[in-house]
Ligand binder design. Sequence first.
Ligand SMILES: Cc1cc2nc3c(=O)[nH]c(=O)nc-3n(C[C@H](O)[C@H](O)[C@H](O)COP(=O)(O)OP(=O)(O)OC[C@H]3O[C@@H](n4cnc5c(N)ncnc54)[C@H](O)[C@@H]3O)c2cc1C
Length: 247
Amino acid sequence: MAKWYDSTVIRIEDASATTKRFWLEIDEAGNFDFRAGQFITLDLPIGEKRLQRWRSYSIASAPDGSNVLELCIVHLEGGLASGYFFNDVKVGTALRFKDPDGMFVLPEKIEKDLVFVCTGTGVAPFRSMLLDLYGQNKPHRNIHLIFGTRYREGILYQKDFEKLVEKMPGFSYSVALSREETLPPGGQLFDTCKGYVHQVYLEKYATVRPDVQFYLCGWTKMIDEAVENLVAKLGYDRAQVKYELYG
Ligand SMILES: Cc1cc2nc3c(=O)[nH]c(=O)nc-3n(C[C@H](O)[C@H](O)[C@H](O)COP(=O)(O)OP(=O)(O)OC[C@H]3O[C@@H](n4cnc5c(N)ncnc54)[C@H](O)[C@@H]3O)c2cc1C
């Protein structure tokens, strides 16, 4: 039986013009247990039927033994749930959600290089995984985060990842901006390119290796194209590509 949690929004911050960060504190104290990469499903007051009301969101924070978790949500034009989050949810709003779910998690023992590919709020589970690996000092090999968005102001959690580049051995960070005319300087902390996430991994991982595992997160168009590129075009084994589809 699923367990439901009652929570209260305790903080809201803008992450970009169209994206906000929401912190939820679970009303019962103690450790909220989940695996980095998992999502929660909320029952929102946006419809009559269950299917109209339920929406899933990846947990963007790492499991830290507390009863607070963070979500990162983009406002979709005409979107019922994201519209509710942007227009109605305030500090103090009560939100109810079902226990964490999903298999988009890292193995207990990391034996391959990891390549995380995402666009927009698809970065959420990767932030959770990276903060968890770093915070718990878990052994890992190289990890490459490839983040894509349209303009530089849409880069999410840039400071967090820049800090990790400095502190976490083997971690690298690439940003692909599809519509930005002049690229911000990436410097030593990350590299930037004009274009889509696809060109980054197509170039860097063009030679197929068995010791690399791809994780993709985001919306259908990006995921379909990445699976096609990695498996059909480059020849990676299908098992080397895991994904979380947002819709
Ligand atoms: C496992 C999982 C985890 C998720 N995690 C997150 C997360 O961390 N952050 C987050 O922001 N979302 C996440 N989502 C997506 C989220 O659940 C909702 O689908 C999203 O917020 C849209 O819901 P909505 O009610 O606002 O839009 P809806 O009312 O369902 O749709 C609104 C409109 O948006 C259009 N639309 C649908 N998809 C897209 C798209 N990709 N781009 C543009 N328009 C589109 C629809 O055609 C429709 O017209 C996740 C989804 C899943 C399944």
